[in-house]
Design a protein around this ligand. Sequence first.
Ligand SMILES: Cc1cc2nc3c(=O)[nH]c(=O)nc-3n(C[C@H](O)[C@H](O)[C@H](O)COP(=O)(O)OP(=O)(O)OC[C@H]3O[C@@H](n4cnc5c(N)ncnc54)[C@H](O)[C@@H]3O)c2cc1C
Length: 268
Amino acid sequence: MGSADLTALEARVRREVEMTAHPRTEWMVPRLYRGKPALDALIVGAGQSGLCIAFALMRDRVRNILAVDRAPEGREGIWAGFARMPTLRSPKDQTGPDLGIPSLTFEAWYDAACGAGRFAALNMIPTGAWHDYLQWYRRVLGLPVRNGVSATAIAPGELDDGGRCLLVTLSTGEVLAARKLVLATGQDGTGEWWMPDFVRALPADRRAHTCEAIDFERLRGRAVAVLGAGASAMDNAAVALEHGAAEVHLFCRRAEPSVVQRYRWLSG
Ligand SMILES: Cc1cc2nc3c(=O)[nH]c(=O)nc-3n(C[C@H](O)[C@H](O)[C@H](O)COP(=O)(O)OP(=O)(O)OC[C@H]3O[C@@H](n4cnc5c(N)ncnc54)[C@H](O)[C@@H]3O)c2cc1C
């Protein structure tokens, strides 16, 4: 188990990707913006969706692409951050980023990294292992990602041949011309992380949003109030108790907390 198995798996990945590489013909015609090739696609966000979309585009030979993520390498997505539960909630055999290539599945990676048969013994996927799998996925496929860069503005633009493009401003000040733009920004991209005004008004060391990095050690011996009683609320309450919080109280507006995961039937 370990690095020899991973090396063998990576050779298998390369072989299987090669064996299923149709179409092989380059078909994208470079289009220029101010004399330089515009990106065929720019992907904002290199969490699991952004990585998977990058791989899918490259398999279809849309290869002049780039993904940018504002997080440093290894901190993309939620899995090494505010996803505080020890295991994923989705079932372990729900595949996805592998795009149907067996050697790219979580199962193949986990058995190579942790030992043959270890996946079969798992009940749910450990959150940290899923994160490590995504890091490996990016590396083994050589996906083009730039870290530590935010997309800050989008404007319409014109290619040298008169066609349309989008001009995306990055936090570095650069402006990238892209023929297509994919916003794979996850929950970050859906709006503002919000907290009620009366909570926001508290001193910063007395309150936190679950999306933030929280120093749970500081809660040792304290009474903690959690607003909400959904999945993230439960996760954070549990972590606070594990770190020695004296009491944790969850507050929810409805008469009873919801105990039914309404999307469960979707995930089989
Ligand atoms: C506590 C919790 C538990 C969850 N458990 C599960 C589960 O078990 N199974 C499941 O399938 N889903 C689960 N989810 C849902 C989960 O968020 C998604 O499945 C997964 O993270 C979606 O991946 P994504 O790539 O779409 O978004 P994300 O993982 O959120 O990645 C988005 C990326 O975009 C980057 N980004 C955002 N804005 C910009 C910008 N302007 N410029 C550059 N980069 C930017 C961010 O840095 C981030 O890396 C859970 C969510 C939470 C909060």
